[in-house]
Design a protein around this ligand. Structure first.
Ligand code: 1CP
Length: 343
């Protein structure tokens, strides 16, 4: 038996009898202990920028469930904040940001190397976690992919169809391209510091990748992620990277190889037998239980969990959800899922 951590083994291409498991948004409102710490911190951003409390909420799901990986508690919108955008969260509604609609909005932003004072508490959270996590738990750092982060910076909020970002992309390609470029370069610096502070793996979340089609997908979902990974791996050879071009559909095929990633996270819509045939030969696959089953539970939770493990057991697999666990999930269902995976 190797003494290497299970998540790292799967990421290096090993097929394991029992897949390592963690959940997107595993530190979150479905846990009473999270809600208590969040109340102590005040608002969401104050929690993100308080290293002791951010480390505490990161550790809570590890204590409760013993997941194989822990993901830094932060948010993809901290990077726009560090670059000088206004960012705030409206309770019950979601994030709000100052908007970028033309070149003048871009020149007000800081440079890629000017984010570190702002991000110092996040790096401190990573240092605390790398000291305090159990020795078999892998610490994942993360950032948003440039396209997804840009959609929030352009619209000033979450949007169902990312229309403002598509409008800027088509109407003012120069400003749009400069924003993607700045985010690409700043993300390399940000993740480099997370790794220096102790993150063992990094994940890039491209939640809105699926709204880019054809050539636009290649230019703005694939290329920037490829540049980020190349930048990071030149500084940290062997650093494992997980990518999540959510709802990429047939564009998932070949994506991990094209960007140089070690694992491809798949959303709920992807058929696992198809993933085993077309995606797993190229990289480790992460996913993809429907988060709704964490709410409804029952026999369907157990049978779906077992079905996914079975479908992906012929290659490297990290068990996860197809998207984040929701606030209405039943914490007991997480135990039931783990029992179905680990026996
Ligand atoms: O009320 C609360 O406590 C805030 C809810 C919350 C949480 C727990 C937000 C607001 N962000 C987070 C943490 C978070 N966000 C993590 C921490 C680690 C973990 O997984 O446990 C991560 C990795 C993210 C990533 C993130 N933030 C994404 C990418 C993944 C995804 O879910 O698609 C996105 C799009 C965001 C933006 C964001 N932050 C928060 C919300 C509600 C949103 C989505 C807003 C929208 O699009 O309308």
């Amino acid at each position: 038996m190797s003494d290497k951590k299970k998540l790292l083994r799967a990421l290096s291409g090993e097929t394991l009898d029992v897949p390592p498991v963690w959940l997107m948004r595993q530190a979150g409102r479905y846990l009473p202990e999270y809600r208590a710490t969040r109340a102590e911190a005040g608002d969401f951003l104050s929690l993100c920028y308080n290293p002791d409390l951010a480390a505490e909420v990161t550790l809570q799901p590890i204590r409760r469930y013993g997941f194989d990986a822990s993901i830094l508690f932060a948010d993809i919108l901290l990077l726009p904040h560090a670059l000088g955008a206004d960012v705030w969260f409206v309770t019950g509604e979601g994030p709000r940001l100052s908007t970028i609609t033309e070149a003048s909005g871009l020149v007000k932003l800081k440079g890629k190397d000017d984010i570190h004072d702002h991000m110092a508490p996040v790096y401190e959270t990573v240092r605390i976690l790398s000291r305090e996590l159990p020795s078999d738990t892998t610490l994942i750092g993360f950032a948003g992919a440039p396209w997804t982060v840009a959609t929030y910076m352009i619209a000033g909020r979450g949007t169902p169809d990312q229309a403002p970002a598509h409008a800027l992309r088509e109407g003012d390609p120069e400003t749009f391209g400069a924003l993607i470029n700045l985010l690409t370069e700043a993300t390399i610096e940000y993740l480099d510091q997370q790794v220096q502070a102790g993150a063992e793996v990094v994940k890039l979340f491209d939640s809105w990748a699926g709204s880019l089609k054809g050539d636009a997908f290649d230019r703005f979902a694939l290329e920037p992620v490829k540049r980020i990974i190349a930048g990071l791996k030149s500084r940290h050879p062997g650093l494992p990277v997980i990518v999540f071009p959510r709802e990429a559909g047939e564009k998932y095929v070949g994506f991990a190889k094209a960007v140089g990633a070690d694992a491809l996270a798949i959303d709920t819509a992807v058929d696992t037998n198809w993933a085993a045939e077309y995606l797993q030969p190229n990289s480790c696959v992460q996913g993809n239980l429907d988060p709704k089953l964490m709410v409804t539970g029952g026999d369907a939770l157990i049978s779906e969990t077992r079905r996914i493990v079975e479908a992906l057991k012929g290659g490297p697999h990290i068990f996860n959800l197809g998207h984040g666990i929701t606030p209405d999930a039943d914490p007991e269902n997480v135990h039931r899922m783990l029992e179905a995976i680990r026996g």
